[in-house]
Design a protein around this ligand. Structure first.
Ligand code: A3P
Length: 345
């Protein structure tokens, strides 16, 4: 009997303790979002943005929580109507480049209360069967958002796929295009590392980077190797410029996004005519990961998945020098076109 009473008491204490901890966590979360409570400006230069659309940041954060639920398929149509949510075609697209830091850029922009990201790579414009499904299919892949928010998607293959510029132009000739680049040789090695990891996962052997990047017959850089070709940024950009003026592009420095992301994000905010909302508070360096991670509020933060930030294999220094020499003239042309210089060798 005594034992039963003790067990009951222990159970009650456990429930009370859980409630107390739960309430404490709730309060902490509230304080965390309250400290960012400030009115949000309308997005300048976008039609349909009115002062009346200003929404306190905390409300937006709540709604973003709801959006998350919607993406998980947990909310009902009623809630979509209630909150006046819509699926919108993207007003900006991260077109590439593969291994430039496209995921980090998308996730970091998503810290902005007026930005909603398409979580998955949609591959609408570069994949013929997807493209054949039509624009409504594409729209259906977009997340729910408020009409004044902007939707962004990223599919890095867009940058190097021949048909894409014309297809995007046909959808929206004034769309904003974000391109994130890294020093071309590092990007090529990163690209190789991703493929190598895939092969290893399947227990397959693969060539060394040096063997792929240098033609063994001529000892010259092998331009047939896709990882090399992708890093010739100017060649790809020129194809886009047949459809879009250069002002419609913003080029992000992917190397700086790794070491000091905030200034790069602020430049993107300006380009997208968004009020500056991403701050140092939202980004913290995680020494274990060796990268900046994202802080949404005092409780919720996240780092990118382990597949971002792989350790690259050592590459023969003479091959690195050869590649850097090869990319140099293309880089100069690229700087000239975009009106921005990077510290690439
Ligand atoms: P590495 O794996 O070569 O280091 P993408 O998303 O386009 O595939 O780019 C991946 C690259 O994003 C990674 O390349 C990594 O260096 C870079 N990156 C930039 N910021 C990052 C961050 N905060 N966390 C993890 N990776 C980041």
């Amino acid at each position: 009997m005594l034992f039963k009473q003790q067990a009951l008491l222990r159970q009650k204490l456990f429930v009370l303790g859980s409630l107390a901890i739960g309430s404490l966590l709730y309060l902490v979360a509230r304080v965390g979002s309250l400290d960012r409570l400030q009115p949000i400006c309308p997005i300048e230069g976008r039609s349909g943005s009115h002062i009346s659309e200003q929404i306190p940041l905390r409300t937006l954060q709540f709604q973003r929580g709801l959006l998350h639920e919607l993406r998980k398929g947990n909310a009902m149509m009623e809630q979509i109507r209630l909150h006046n949510l819509v699926q919108q075609l993207p007003q900006a697209i991260i077109i590439g480049v593969r291994k430039g830091g496209t995921r980090a850029l998308l996730e970091m922009l998503n810290l902005h209360p007026a930005v909603v990201k398409a979580s998955q790579e949609v591959h609408f414009f570069d994949n013929d069967p997807n493209y054949a499904k039509g624009i409504e299919w594409y729209k259906g892949k977009m997340p729910f958002s408020h009409p004044h928010q902007i939707t962004i998607e990223k599919s890095p293959a867009y940058f190097i796929t021949e048909e894409v510029p014309e297809r995007i132009f046909k959808m929206n000739s004034s769309i904003k295009l974000l391109l994130i680049v890294r020093e071309p040789t590092t990007r090529a090695v990163s690209d190789y590392t991703q493929v190598l990891e895939g092969k290893e996962r399947k227990n397959k052997t693969y060539y060394k980077f040096e063997k792929l990047a240098i033609d063994p017959n001529t000892c010259e850089v092998n331009t047939k190797y896709k990882a090399v070709r992708t890093s010739i940024y100017t060649k790809h950009l020129e194809k886009w410029l047949k459809y879009f003026p250069v002002e419609q592009f913003h080029v992000v420095d992917g190397d700086r996004l790794i070491t000091d992301p905030l200034p790069e994000l602020q430049l993107v905010e300006q380009f997208l005519n968004l009020p500056p909302r991403i701050s140092q508070y939202n980004l913290y360096f995680n020494a274990t990961r060796g990268f900046y991670c994202l802080r949404f509020n005092i409780v919720f933060n996240k780092c990118l998945a382990g597949s971002k930030g792989r350790i690259h294999p050592d590459v023969d220094p003479s091959v690195v020098t050869k590649l850097r020499k090869f990319f140099h003239p293309f880089n100069q042309k690229f700087y000239q076109i975009i009106g921005r210089t990077f510290n690439w060798p």
